[in-house]
Design a binder for this molecule. Structure first.
Ligand SMILES: [Zn+2]
Length: 474
């Protein structure tokens, strides 16, 4: 029988290694798809831990798969390690103070994310060793979550297809199993080309790519009313055609994001956006080229796997923060606006949970929230979605930050290698490993998870990016 004490003990046994990883990756803080030192550190550590490591997966130098054990079930843990530009911050400092001005920092907590997921793999390895059970444990080193979307290429290559169960987590301000979805997202460049001319002397000879791009914006802004309200369209002028008003612009590039709760809705809306772009080109006598450069699927929670993970989370409990953690978190809370602090209640609502689960006075989330399965898409987009289309996937949040803290902020970097993040990272590792062990122990659990997965996905993954698109290594 699976006992929580075994997982507490094994988390303690692996504690040193997990926290060393957490700290080292915080220090490296490398850009997406360029996490060379971080990946090398992981690969060395995992080999020392007895994992076999395949490097350079899916044509990405910093993608790797570490594997231990043999036979079924095959259990995967997804780790990320990339950082964000402009979020350098002194560790443990509760006022905004850059460590290196303008540098990258772990403002989304991916140092902890990877360390916790690798920790889960090590804990499950130890558990299988101790109990003499068969099974394969994999840790996926997934680069570029923030930029480049490594998992999409790994998913397109079928790297997750043979998993019986896949687990991951994300640093957050709450402790919860994620029963909600996130938005599918497509990144597209629209390049309009026309003909230059003197804008005063002979404008009739010009064909303006800038006019086309502006008319595309007008068309898309009208389109908004006639797409599902959950969808999102945003655009930025990647190249506005130069700085001279007296030259008719002959080349303009606009970068669009098309998001929707389901990939199929996103692709429908994308086709309509393409029609608007073609219409704008027709109106202006220009040409348009359309290039998808990024695509992410929505996330599909798996209630079967989530049930075991929730059981594990409730047994192991929220991270046991101490007084020092509480003090740090309180000081961080003082840097947040009232709107920031209130946002956690909107999040609870979107997750289908009661606002009364937390109090406005709470500094840290000291409980495990109840599980709530909802069709709602909460937050932005992530390439975990693509893994979730390939294999039954369960994802948790663990509180590495003060309540009300938003990801992609210096406050996240500040706490990233303090006791707050460390305790949550160890908790996340133990919860994911124990959740997997509970599913292994329950007869037919993986078959049921797979059946649920088949019903939710139609049994097939259609990668949203074109087959010929290569990873953008920056
Ligand atoms: Zn993140």
């Amino acid at each position: 029988m699976v006992q929580k004490e075994a997982f507490e003990r094994l988390a303690e046994k692996n504690r040193k290694r997990i926290l060393e990883i957490n700290s080292a990756i915080w220090d490296y803080a490398e850009p997406g798809m360029k996490e060379f030192q971080s990946a090398a550190y992981y690969i060395r550590a995992l080999r020392e831990e007895g994992f076999e490591v395949e490097e350079n997966v899916s044509g990405i130098p910093t993608a790797f798969v570490a594997s231990w054990g043999s036979g079924k079930p095959v259990i995967g843990f997804l780790g990320e390690f990339d950082a964000l530009p402009g979020l350098s911050q002194e560790a443990g400092c509760t006022t905004h103070k850059e460590l290196t001005p303008g540098a990258y920092g772990q403002g989304c907590g991916h140092n902890s994310l990877g360390a916790g997921a690798a920790g889960a793999a090590m804990i499950l390895r130890d558990y299988l060793k101790e109990t003499g059970q068969a099974g394969t444990v994999r840790f996926y080193g997934c680069p570029g979550e923030e930029y480049g979307s490594g998992k999409v290429y790994m998913a397109r290559d079928g790297r997750f297809d043979d998993l019986d169960a896949c687990y991951t987590w994300h640093p957050d301000d709450i402790n919860a199993v994620v029963g909600s979805s996130c938005l599918a997202c497509l990144g597209v460049y629209f390049t309009f080309t026309g003909k230059t001319a003197h804008a005063a002397g002979c404008p009739h000879l010009g064909r303006s790519a800038l006019d086309a791009a502006e008319l595309m914006s007008v068309g898309c802004n009208y389109l908004r009313e006639h797409i599902i309200p959950e969808a999102r369209l945003h655009y930025a002028y990647h190249d506005a055609g130069g700085i001279a008003p007296n030259v008719v612009q002959d080349r303009v590039v606009v970068n669009y994001f098309v998001r929707a709760p389901k990939v199929r809705d996103m692709m429908d809306i994308y086709e309509r956006v393409c029609d608007v772009a073609r219409g704008a080109a027709l109106m202006t006598g220009t040409k348009v080229e359309i290039h998808i450069y990024e695509g992410l699927s929505d996330y599909i929670p798996n209630q079967t796997l989530d049930g075991y993970v929730q059981q594990a989370f409730e047994a192991l409990g929220a991270p046991a923060y101490d007084e020092q953690d509480e003090r740090l978190a309180r000081e961080i809370r003082e840097t947040l606006s009232d709107a920031d602090k209130a946002d956690v209640f909107t999040k609870l609502h979107n997750m289908g949970l009661s606002r009364t689960e937390l109090s406005p006075e709470d500094i840290l989330c000291r409980k495990v929230l109840p599980y709530s399965f909802t069709e709602n898409a909460v937050g932005g987009s992530t390439d975990v979605g693509d893994a979730s289309y390939c294999a039954p996937t369960s994802q948790i949040n663990a509180a590495t930050m003060a309540l009300g803290t938003a990801c992609h902020s210096w406050q996240v970097t500040a706490l990233g290698k303090t006791g707050v993040a460390e305790k949550a990272t160890l908790t996340a590792a133990a919860v994911m490993a124990m959740g997997a062990a509970l599913a292994m122990e329950a007869p037919g659990a993986f078959a049921k998870a797979k059946e649920e997965h088949r019903a939710a996905t139609g049994g097939k993954y259609c990668c949203p990016i074109p087959a010929e698109l290569k990873p953008n290594l920056g």
